[in-house]
Design a binder for this molecule. Structure first.
Ligand code: DON
Length: 575
């Protein structure tokens, strides 16, 4: 329980800030291209690359690199992520998995409680320090995005130049980064780079900080791509920093890293096709299961925004979190029954569980797969901060990217100017033990050499017929898929203008804990109606941070409605 409390404290850290009324700058309409990131300087880097002739892949790469500089609490070259890319010329959809991997010396019980551990000490081991760091995938992922889909009209050095400039010349610290530093203050003091930015009270909002080491690292990336991060000087710096803080990552672990190309998952619901992240993400499955159930539960005349809809939303998510704990893992290391989890008959059986008037506990949503639907998750071998962005370019290519170092400032360990991730906490520390987001993990998600931990990240593209109509995704741990889905539905189903859809207060429910979380803006009437249905309602500062671009066609003219969540500090850019 302490672990949960600690985890939720981390989550509160991740989710600093309040749902605020729309600022005029958080949403805008563009005619040619658009970038929506959670920091204006990052959106700006992407838009500049587009203005210079780059495409969505080039711009997404520039935006990711810039984010790692100006928002180091959330993402960067020391982390990893997922990119869903739509190429307009052949209408292809590709999912690049550049999630971090466990080092070769990882064992199932590496984070199990040791004798004499306090709860805090046991929990921190997978969140702060060398053991928490998984092999970064971000450099290889950005390189792959450029190599696979880039326009070749801009060079990698041009793409990296904006981030490099921010790191060298400095940038003003955002409210989000400042707030984040205050909450993680004591933990940041253990690292020379991070400690160097701190005042007595954290990193001051508006303070100008530089990161010359990261500028040099970005210059290397611009010239040589990802190679030096996996073999060479930067790789050595990563191993040294991790070892100095008690980690077990080796040069071989870095040399063995590879981006995986996977088939995205998709499903039809509400007259649209929803394409999202496959395992090792659980986020896409949560969203697709939920959409199918909501469609099945639709009242005559369709859903209207209100308490009944919010009740249905919360109920539609719980089963997928139960499934996640039971079946999800890295598909390259465990049998993950993705198709069975999304099968029509299974959705129909779960649809029949719903009670319009009563919130049901997680146990009621359990639906074990039959032996012929899946082999059991393989038995474990015995030996052994986040950011979402959307880019749409003039050719119609779309990049939906979610990138992470996991908790704020990752493992609070830096190397070559980069903040290293603490993605090891996304594994199951012990069977059933909740991670920082309160998510219990099963056998398929125990740490094992080379495996990728289960994620909630769900970069998503929505289609009407053959045409893409929306790019959307979020940061915010277990709340990622639920927030992403709400913004998409409010915009597409209820036809709210995108800035408005983004500002609308959100709810969240993940079965365990059983609480239904509501943002401050959820009105008393709705709270009461949920309470009457048996929900244990509790207020939360924010349900994740969403970035989105809706593609609207009016009389043959394309409008790009872009929005960055006012809960964070983002602003879209474009032309
Ligand atoms: O992959 C995941 O699900 C987590 N590492 C994401 C963490 C996150 O979203 C933190 N948020 N702001």
């Amino acid at each position: 329980m302490r672990r949960v409390a600690l985890g939720l404290a981390c989550l509160a850290v991740v989710l600093v800030g309040q749902a605020t009324p729309s600022r005029p700058s958080h949403a805008a309409v563009y005619a040619r291209y658009a970038v929506a990131a959670d920091h204006p300087l990052a959106s700006d880097a992407g838009a500049r690359v587009l203005a210079a002739g780059g495409n969505a892949a080039d711009a997404a790469a520039a935006t990711m690199l810039a984010l790692g500089v100006v928002s180091p609490a959330s993402s960067g070259l020391g982390g990893g992520g997922f990119a869903l890319y739509y190429r307009a010329s052949d209408r292809s959809l590709t999912f690049l998995d550049f999630r971090e991997t466990a080092p070769g010396a990882a064992t199932n019980d590496m984070f199990a409680r040791r004798e004499g551990d306090t709860d805090e000490v046991a929990a921190q081991r997978s969140m702060t320090g060398g053991l928490a760091v998984a092999v970064p995938g971000e450099p290889a992922g950005i390189d792959a995005l450029i190599a696979r889909f880039g326009s070749r009209r801009v060079t990698r050095a041009q793409i990296a130049s904006h981030a490099e400039r921010y790191a060298r010349e400095g940038f003003a610290v955002s409210r989000y980064v400042s707030d984040s530093s205050r909450v993680a203050l004591a933990l940041l003091r253990g690292d020379t780079l991070l400690a160097g930015w701190l005042g007595a009270d954290g990193i001051a909002q508006g303070a100008r900080i530089t990161n010359p080491q990261l500028a040099a690292t970005l210059r290397t990336f611009g010239r040589q791509g990802a190679a030096p991060f996996y073999r060479g000087a930067i790789a050595r710096a990563i191993v040294d920093a991790v070892s100095a803080r008690g980690g077990v990552m080796t040069a071989e672990d870095l040399a063995g890293y590879a981006v995986r190309e996977r088939t995205p998952i998709s499903r039809d619901a509400f007259g649209r096709r929803w394409v999202s992240a496959p395992p090792p993400s659980a986020g896409g499955i949560t969203m697709l299961q939920s959409l199918a159930l909501l469609e099945a539960w639709q009242p005559e005349g369709g859903w209207r925004e209100g308490a009944a809809f919010r009740h249905a939303l919360t109920q539609s998510w719980i089963g997928s979190y139960v499934d996640r704990a039971a079946y999800l893992g890295d598909p390259d290391h465990a049998d993950v029954p993705t198709a069975a989890l999304l099968a029509d008959d299974r959705i129909a059986r779960r649809a029949a569980i719903f009670d319009r008037d009563r919130a049901l506990p997680a146990e009621r949503w359990e639906l074990p797969l039959a032996p012929d639907e899946t082999r059991a998750p393989s038995a474990p071998p015995s030996d052994h901060g986040t950011s979402h962005l959307c880019v749409v370019d003039e050719e119609g290519n779309i990049a939906a990217v979610t990138t992470t170092v996991n908790l704020l400032f990752g493992a609070r360990v830096s190397a070559a100017g980069m903040v290293l991730n603490d993605e090891m906490d996304d594994f199951a520390r012990e069977l059933g033990a909740p991670n920082a987001f309160g998510l219990p993990g099963g056998a398929a998600n125990l740490p094992r050499p080379g495996a990728r931990p289960v994620s909630s990240m769900a970069p998503t593209i929505v289609f009407e017929g053959s045409r893409p109509v929306m790019c959307v995704g979020a940061s915010g741990g277990s709340r990622i898929p639920t927030a992403t889905e709400q913004v998409a539905l409010v915009s597409l189903l209820f036809d709210a203008e995108i800035g408005e859809a983004m500002s609308r207060p959100r709810v969240h429910q993940q079965g365990s804990p059983a609480t239904t979380l509501v943002e401050r803006g959820v009105d008393t009437g709705t709270r009461l109606a949920l309470w009457r249905r048996g929900h244990d309602v509790s207020e939360t500062p924010t349900v994740a941070n969403v970035q989105t671009i809706r593609i609207v066609r009016r009389d043959g003219v394309v409008e790009l409605h872009a929005a960055s969540d006012p809960r964070k500090d983002g602003e879209p850019r474009g032309e």
